[in-house]
Design a protein around this ligand. Sequence first.
Ligand code: ASP
Length: 439
Amino acid sequence: MSKVVKFGGSSLASAEQFRKVGDIIRGDSGRRYVVPSAPGKRFPKDTKVTDMLYACYDLAEAEEDFGEELKAIAARFQEIIDGLGIDISLEEEFSMIRKNFTQKSGSNYAASRGEYLNGIIMAAYLGYEFIDAAQVIFFDKQGNFDAEKTEKVLSARLAECQCAVIPGFYGAMPDGRVKTFSRGGSDVTGSIVAKAAKVDVYENWTDVSGFLIADPRIIDNPKGIDTITYRELRELSYMGATVLHEDAIFPVRQEGIPINIRNTNAPEDNGTWIVGSTCQKSKYVITGIAGKKGFCSVNIEKDMMNAEIGYGRKVLQAFEENDISFEHVPSGIDTITVYVHQDEFMHKEQKVVAGLHRLAKPDSIEIESDLALIAVVGRGMKSTRGTAGRIFSALAHGNVNVKMIDQGSSELNIIIGVANEDFETAIKAIYDIFVLTKL
Ligand code: ASP
């Protein structure tokens, strides 16, 4: 079974972590393609190498002295090389980086050097071939990922080698300049490499044993998720559950390649499987709960709204004209409510209200702030009676006032609006009823 293995920054922050990674890779000959991040934090107050590179480059850009900062970055890599006892020198690489920084080669180039150098170390440590991502991963003139060109060049290149290290996070523009994905983008590289190499599994190694049913900052020791579908994951990540970069799903999804999230510090754990579809039922009817605070609701009332064709469009146009995206739009016969992000909406509030009066001529508009949205997600809900009933009786027992209910038409999720201050209580109540309470 062939695999792409991607390791996050904390898995590669020190020589000790590199050793664990080496053991994992050597433990399975299918682990042929390795995608490393830059060294992350060794301890909570530490700085990620990527952040050091950005800060160092800012000095270069301002034509200030960046010698000390670059030295500190070189020291992070040297510590790993010495700790592993491998015989390589990054001296030439660093003089090139210094020269390019002085010539203002751009912050994308600067940030990418963390993955690039870690890739060189990893390849030397494993005895794998090193493939510079700038030679095989491409962006178009507008800076969008060029899937077609990448697939062509990368798959041909990978076919030539048995085992290789391809640094994460960056690629090249048509003129050869380095460009990065957004932060956390090595996850995306891993997925692109998995697609091009047509492997059986994309293993994504990090510092947690996969996805948890709920946020551990709210629930003590929440249970893990064994299997989750891409669609469920989209719903949960959108609502704030973060382990994997959002865009990492798409390349492997097209090929039906599963992603397995694993823990470098607990390799014996099975982690979470992310799959296209599965006949495996989730243990608890629901797969996960996630949510976010900081929403506003704009409630619009007008008599006979139901008879006025195009009313919804006029309402939404007032938001669109102000460049505000909406989250949910529950409606009644004579009412429609638009949920928006408070921070986006706040300073445009009166413009939107004026727009609503001009376009939709409502009888009244009422705005409520400090609301939270909670998504209860689960492929099992469709075929299970009483899921909504259980959620709302749990919330009633928890003394939580429900302000909005929206069941997605795919029956994959139920979205609940509550006051910000009820957010944690609501999540605890839902977790309790599904995970801790025996039926
Ligand atoms: N090193 C980059 C970051 O810190 C990319 C990554 O780790 O995926 O965002």
